[in-house]
Design a protein around this ligand. Sequence first.
Ligand SMILES: N[C@@H](CCC(=O)N[C@@H](CS)C(=O)NCC(=O)O)C(=O)O
Length: 230
Amino acid sequence: MIDLYYWPTPNGHKVPIMLEECGLEYETHPINMLKGDQFDEAYLKVNPNNKIPAIVDQDGPGGKPYTVFESGAVLLYLADKTKRFIPQDEAGRFGVIQWLFFQMANVGPMFGQCGHFFRYAPEPIQYAIDRYQNETKRLYRVMDKRLDEVEYLAGDYSIADMATYPWVKIYDFHKIGIDEYPNVKRWRKAVGERPAVMAGCALLEDIMKLGDPDDDAYENLFKQQTVDRR
Ligand SMILES: N[C@@H](CCC(=O)N[C@@H](CS)C(=O)NCC(=O)O)C(=O)O
């Protein structure tokens, strides 16, 4: 049994997608980041960085419970545990790892900032809006070129696609014209039609249809650096 600490966001979706793909049994523990659950002492023992997602594998190495945070690390852990969605040969394995790191170091942070400055910044800052949207578009071009050569980011469908899909799923949130990237569009459709991907993205999905963050949520999400939470 795997305990999944989760809230329905792009980084969150990655893990239930993999759990569903592998048919692993899991129990979902909602961490309501709008209410500040990510700062609870008990949760900070699971993820000291106060973010979702994270897991506790009750049947970890040596048969003991094992905690993993950072979505990329969670995906790699589950891929190694099941020997699925990552090739077992060294070249194939590092092919997946580099596209996974590409997502973790580029797509996630840059798309995240792009959405932030479009949607949540208290006042419009044109320099930041342009900087992060240009970087988002550049990353779309990188992916489009890659997906012109191969079917999935690392060749075969893998954890690199599971990590990237939830961010591309919401392209309109970042004001991206998906038709400009036909190979990404084809890939997005193929990944999005997989039953496990649909199930992973649907987990607690209704909770997020609540509209814009209210003042408390804004405080919990975006003022962490200026209030004494940690
Ligand atoms: N690099 C981290 C990023 C996780 C992350 O940013 N999670 C967001 C939701 S998408 C979160 O928990 N935010 C709450 C907070 O920052 O307090 C990962 O991939 O696991």
